[in-house]
Design a binder for this molecule. Structure first.
Ligand code: NAD
Length: 248
């Protein structure tokens, strides 16, 4: 059991990568809070008594504080915060996006991880160590994998974890990011639906050397590694899990 005795919060736990990660964390011995705007109840119900479902907006200061308080009150501590919730905004061009679109995408995708780090760290200091994982994206590394606001938000996450890692290292709190490539989830459903409807499934993942899209469980495995003590010397890192998309 790689997370035996650990207490975790997973945001975006109602779907896709967050749901797969919540399941895997629980299978590996964690007790956890499944947080989302929707779908979190189903995930927690599937997991059983190790999980609590809480409806929370990952970009809300108050909601993220409440999640941490809930972990302390219901489970007695916090070891892992997987700040995974995100929205894409589609593949719009700069001219198609408004300032309001940008504000909402940055609020959820970048301010959300900032709030997770800010509010999780004091609770983790009480435990003597902790691991914070933020979901970035290959779109934060290269152009062409997301719209402008999405890509900028994910690039911000990659740098945020480096800054936070340096500031929290003295408390033995590690902060890392995961950069998924194309993964079949609720977020990418329109792309998969289009490819299947038009007989172009072979186009999914055609840009990466493995020539396929990824599964949420393949990102959950990376999250488990970063959450567990196996990654005790990994800090401030952006772990790319993309079938090789970013190098091709
Ligand atoms: P998904 O849509 O299946 O899941 C995202 C979840 O986040 C949803 O359940 C949604 O309700 C939740 N969410 C959205 N806004 C929220 C908010 N304000 N507060 C709380 N929850 C909120 O998509 P996914 O692919 O599993 O996305 C998870 C993360 O992975 C996101 O950060 C996304 O940007 C990132 N990502 C996904 C891919 C991919 O190809 N699917 C690639 C790179 C990065």
């Amino acid at each position: 059991m790689r997370l035996e005795g650990k207490i975790a919060i997973v945001t975006g736990a109602g779907s896709g990568i967050g749901r797969a990660s919540a399941r895997l964390f629980a299978e590996q011995g964690a007790r956890l809070i499944c947080a989302d705007l929707k779908g979190h109840d189903e995930t927690a119900a599937e997991i059983g008594e190790a999980a609590i479902a809480i409806q929370a907006d990952a970009g809300s200061d108050e909601d993220v504080q409440d999640l941490v308080q809930a972990a302390l009150q219901r489970f007695g501590g916090l070891d892992v915060f997987f700040a995974n919730a995100g929205i894409s905004g589609g593949l719009a061009s700069i001219f198609e996006q408004s300032a309001e679109d940008w504000q909402e995408i940055l609020r959820v995708n970048l301010i959300g991880p900032f709030l997770a780090i800010k509010h999780a760290a004091p609770a983790m200091k009480e435990r003597g160590k902790g691991s914070i994982i933020c979901t970035a994206s290959v779109a934060g590394i290269r152009a062409g994998a997301g719209g402008p606001a999405y890509s900028a938000s994910k690039a911000g996450v990659i740098n945020l974890v480096k800054v936070a890692a340096t500031q929290l290292a003295a408390a033995d709190i590690r902060v890392n990011a995961i950069c998924p490539g194309l993964i079949e989830t609720g977020m990418t459903k329109p792309i998969y639906d289009w490819a299947r409807a038009s007989g172009k499934e072979d186009r999914l993942g055609h840009l990466n050397p493995l020539k396929r899209g990824g599964e949420p469980e393949e990102i959950a495995g990376a999250a488990l590694f970063l959450a567990s003590d196996e990654s005790s010397y990994v800090n401030g890192h952006a772990l790319v899990v993309d079938g090789g998309l970013s190098i091709s």
